[in-house]
Design a protein around this ligand. Structure first.
Ligand code: SAM
Length: 249
């Protein structure tokens, strides 16, 4: 899968992309990340990418022309299909979730546009981008961190990126719930023991405990996730356990 990132700060990506699973994904040629400096698509001596907002107001606005020219040049190179998503990163976009990561993971190529300053001329959203995504209800100084978040979350889902021992299948959100607690050695750390059931070797009982802890965590920390589960995703036993939890609280 190929990511194209349009940014004013390509150097920000270097060390992050050079480590961990993203480095591995690129070494295995499952993922490639092409960084495009938006200033390379300007035509004036100062490589101007921003201008004052029409109608007044604070801050500067990113001009549309360099972004249109950048996307057109990438398309012309054959490395971004006509129907590939061109995603504007903005706090005003739809919220990025595991489900959106999965949806994006089915594309061969994706372009991510990183805004800066007060934001980007609206004509980019209206006539260039095909989607807009926010990584959460807060405002960052630029879209670069959002692009990195998306690249990593999507890459983890691609076959060949993670070893089977670290499969994303049990991750929080993939199952619709938060993941159960996890422990490793030592068995006792500063008087705190690993739950006995995990040492028992009874796989069915362990799975039952993990399911319950997953439900408990989701009930306590993210009850909204339970509301969005569809019928059939919770068993009779799950429902009984959730009723017990609600009676206790
Ligand atoms: N004035 C804009 C608003 O209120 O919607 C915010 C502009 S922000 C300072 C500059 C850029 O950072 C945005 O154009 C966007 O690319 C990026 N950005 C900031 N917060 C983001 C978020 N939560 N998700 C994705 N991108 C974000």
């Amino acid at each position: 899968m190929r990511f194209h990132v349009l940014t004013l700060f390509p150097a920000m990506f270097g060390s992050y992309l050079g480590e961990g699973i993203l480095a591995r994904a690129q070494d295995r040629e499952v993922v490639s990340v092409n960084l495009h400096d938006i200033r390379d698509y300007t035509h004036d001596r100062h490589r101007t990418v921003d201008d004052y907002p029409y109608g007044g107001g604070p801050g500067m606005v990113m001009k549309p022309a360099p972004l249109f020219e950048a996307v057109e040049a990438i398309r012309a190179s054959g490395e971004l299909g006509e129907s590939s998503p061109v995603i504007m990163l903005t706090p005003q976009g739809r919220t990025f979730t595991q489900a959106v990561a999965e949806e994006l993971s089915y594309h061969d190529e994706i372009a991510l546009i990183c805004g800066r300053y007060e934001g980007v001329d609206e004509r980019v959203a209206l006539h260039l981008s095909t989607d807009s995504i926010s990584i959460g209800d807060y405002v960052l100084g630029g879209g670069e961190l959002a692009a990195m978040v998306i690249i990593e979350a999507v890459s983890r889902l691609l076959p060949g990126v993670m070893g089977s021992a670290e499969s994303p299948a049990n991750d929080s959100f993939t199952t619709g719930l938060l993941q159960h607690p996890i422990y490793t050695r030592p068995e006792t750390f500063r008087d705190w023991d690993v739950p006995e059931i995990l040492l028992s070797g009874h796989h069915a009982e362990i799975a039952r405990w993990q399911r319950r802890e997953s439900l408990r965590r989701t009930y306590l920390n993210r009850p909204d996730l339970l509301d969005s589960l569809t019928e059939g995703e919770l068993t009779e036993e799950d429902l009984r356990f959730l009723r017990e939890l609600s009676e206790l609280s």
